[in-house]
Design a protein around this ligand. Structure first.
Ligand code: URA
Length: 309
């Protein structure tokens, strides 16, 4: 009998991974074991039991609220919190047509509308943080240990935005505190800045389990909060750390190699803000030769800040 080759092994491994993905397993590693069958059963029950709203309800209550008994304990977090039908954890899929006679339920759209409403009513960063703490519309909150809102100086002229927190950030509740954050600190120091003269946040304020990429729904649900955060900080310069945050907030489609180091404009905070994308520090840890290009970007940021002083 022929011995399997390395290519055969690789193919088998790929099939196994495909099988896991098809089965809805999108995260292989996490600190704590999750009872996925129990989660699915809860979600199915919540969907069945949730009353269908006549119209998307935004504001104090939510017509599609999951009955407390059907929610996981973490979701039922008090009367001030906003609760939503549990969302699917899997990647976006085409909407299922409603059964005959049943009105359509589009929870993602409702959740995004509620997120927008909640973010828009926040008059201060403290309000916005409190709003996020009470918001139960993003499933990432279920697995994250802490909300990672921001770090640094809210009056800073420069605001840096990453994609989503990692493990260290989740433990400490602060953005960019792990190895990539330490590199970011060194890069800021090199242009005469630190966290007292910068403001740092992420598009998604909860750690995706196993550090997976946030799904498009998760990003859309969190987007109103980061755009309001930009409005409230009102910086002179926005720095996107990596392509993900730039794509989400600038709507650009280019890859990071093409877009980094180019001045762009962020419009959406009632005025235009100069914006630049640069390599994510986690990428620089893996590809140290690229640091020379990041250095150029950071010099450009310093120059911009100095010239508009
Ligand atoms: N990567 C990010 O994008 N944000 C963090 O806060 C940490 C790592």
């Amino acid at each position: 009998m022929q011995q399997p080759t390395a290519t055969d092994d690789l193919r088998r491994l790929e099939s196994l991974l495909d099988f896991y993905l098809d089965s809805g397993v999108d995260c292989f590693l996490d600190e704590e074991a999750l009872d996925w069958p129990a989660q699915s059963a809860l979600q199915a029950r919540a969907r069945q039991e949730a009353p269908v709203p006549a119209q998307p309800a935004v504001g104090g209550g939510h017509a599609g609220q999951v009955p407390p008994a059907a929610r996981t304990p973490e979701v039922a977090s008090g009367p001030a919190s906003r609760s939503f039908p549990a969302q699917e954890r899997s990647a976006p899929s085409a909407p299922t047509p409603p059964a005959q006679g049943q009105p359509a339920v589009i929870p993602d759209r409702e959740v995004i509308a509620a997120a927008r409403d909640l973010a828009a009513t926040a008059a201060t960063l403290e309000d916005l943080k409190a709003g996020l703490e009470s918001f139960d519309g993003c499933n990432l909150k279920l697995t994250a240990k802490k909300l990672v809102f921001a770090d640094g100086n809210p009056s800073a002229r420069v605001m840096l935005i990453g994609e989503a927190p990692g493990r260290d950030e989740d433990l400490q509740g602060k953005p960019f505190v792990g190895r990539s954050g330490q590199l970011l600190d060194r890069m800021l120091n090199a242009i005469g800045h630190d966290r007292s003269s910068t403001y740092i946040a992420n598009v998604v304020p909860w750690r995706p389990p196993g550090n997976r990429t946030p799904t498009p729904q998760e990003t859309e649900i969190c987007r109103p909060f980061i755009t309001r955060q930009i409005e409230l900080v009102n910086p002179d310069v926005l720095v996107f750390l990596g392509a993900a945050s730039a794509k989400t907030l600038l709507g650009v489609q280019d890859g990071i190699r093409k877009m980094r180091g180019r001045w762009m404009t962020y419009s959406g905070a009632g005025r235009d803000i100069a914006a630049i994308a640069t390599y994510h520090p986690a990428y620089l840890l893996r590809s140290p030769l690229e640091k020379r290009l990041s250095w150029r970007d950071f010099l450009a940021i310093r120059q911009r800040l100095d010239s508009s002083n």
